[in-house]
Design a protein around this ligand. Structure first.
Ligand SMILES: [Cu+2]
Length: 371
């Protein structure tokens, strides 16, 4: 899995600002802009720091020292625990995670990109945005100045004479999942409430309906699924000990999608931002959510083009494309520097294991709590 694009459109009608609708991966390079990591600030001092080698612009290579860090952390939570009243004892294990981190700095913004592996079998993708908000000068010194309301139509006064412009960040991750093998399918679990027909004591119950997607495309939310919906990548060719088909659940968390007009020029170039999830067959020439050359594009050559033929996706080598979005209406607290603002999604095993894999860690027995 990799970052396949980052789209950052600013909200300003001003001609000097309206073109600032950046495609950070395709126009600047999220790998090219990785900076060396500083022990004790960017990663714990005991992390392992790894140099990375990248292609340069003239067919050669260059090496960025300490571009990646890997570390374990106990985050202070229990991975699981249970208190047994009869013996007054607590069993449990601490949550210990393995974090793989890099931090590209794209102009004013720094993005802490984490891949977090947990003993429950989860893989969490986290992005922490920090650095500087983009600001525009303003005649207003404070919100009682005569021009303040007009100056902040598309932004926030974050300091005297400085307006930070409203904008979005849309990270797309290319999830080239192979769940227990390359031949996979995408299914949806949707939750519906229904009348409890055969009950004298209940009026309603909820139930779960699972359906399979048959063709490439964006995954459009189903507003009829009143209890919400979730998605899994499943291998129908394999069986677990309990005779389930193994799958991984794509826990999207809540992600905003673009609300720009589909005919707005920046939105035409970044169609992937219109939905949180897309699914395609895996193809070697489809690696970037907004296409290979978004800085020269006049139309979307990314996900909307990839799915145009709606090819079948049952029992195929699939790629799920996930857009993590955040709408950023700045606050004064984002000045003078943006405190790291985290967003995340999680891939969770579902029917993949026959039991919680974190129980394979020695639980031990902790001392009885004091009463
Ligand atoms: Cu922002």
């Amino acid at each position: 899995m990799n970052v396949s694009e980052l789209f950052v459109p600013y909200m300003s009608p001003d001609p000097t600002w309206s073109y600032r609708t950046f495609m950070d991966a395709g126009e600047f390079g999220m790998g090219y802009l990785i900076a060396s990591l500083k022990p004790g600030v960017d990663c714990p001092p005991n992390a392992i720091f790894i140099d990375l080698t990248f292609p340069n612009d003239v067919g050669g290579t260059y090496t960025r020292p300490a571009a990646l860090c890997v570390f374990e952390r106990a985050n202070g939570d229990p991975a699981w625990r249970h208190y047994v009243a009869s013996t007054k004892s607590v069993a449990g294990v601490p949550q210990v995670e393995l974090v793989v981190r890099h931090i590209p700095t794209v102009g004013n913004y720094d993005y802490v990109v984490d891949y977090v592996f947990s003993p429950q079998g989860n893989i969490t993708l986290r992005v922490g945005a920090t650095g500087f908000d983009a600001v525009q000068s303003s005649a207003a010194a404070n919100m009682e100045s005569p021009t303040a309301l007009a100056d902040t139509t598309y932004g926030t006064l974050i300091a005297p004479y400085n307006v930070a412009i409203n904008h979005d960040h849309y990270f797309n991750f290319r999830l080239d999942l192979d769940v227990d093998g390359p031949q996979n399918s995408l299914v949806r679990d949707a939750f519906f409430a229904e009348p409890a027909k055969d009950s004298k004591t209940r009026k309603s119950l909820w139930t779960l309906k699972t359906g399979r997607y048959s063709a490439e495309g964006p995954i459009v939310p189903d507003h009829m699924a009143t209890g919400g919906e979730t998605w899994r990548v499943v291998n129908s060719n394999e069986k677990t000990g309990l005779k389930f088909n193994p799958s991984y659940w794509i826990d999207t968390h809540h992600q905003p999608t673009s609300i720009l007009d589909p005919a707005d020029p920046p939105q035409i170039r970044a169609g992937f931002t219109s939905q949180t999830l897309w699914v395609t067959k895996r193809r070697d020439d489809q690696y970037w959510a907004a296409g290979l050359y978004p800085n020269l594009s006049t139309k979307d050559e990314g996900l909307p083009a990839f799915v145009a033929k709606k090819e079948p996706i049952t029992n195929e080598d699939l790629v799920v494309w996930y857009t993590m979005g955040f709408r950023h209406a700045p606050r004064p607290e984002d000045f003078p520097i943006l405190p790291t603002f985290w967003h995340e999604m999680t891939l969770r095993p579902a029917f993949f294991f026959d039991h919680d894999p974190s129980t394979s860690f020695n639980p031990g027995e902790l001392a009885p709590p004091k009463e």
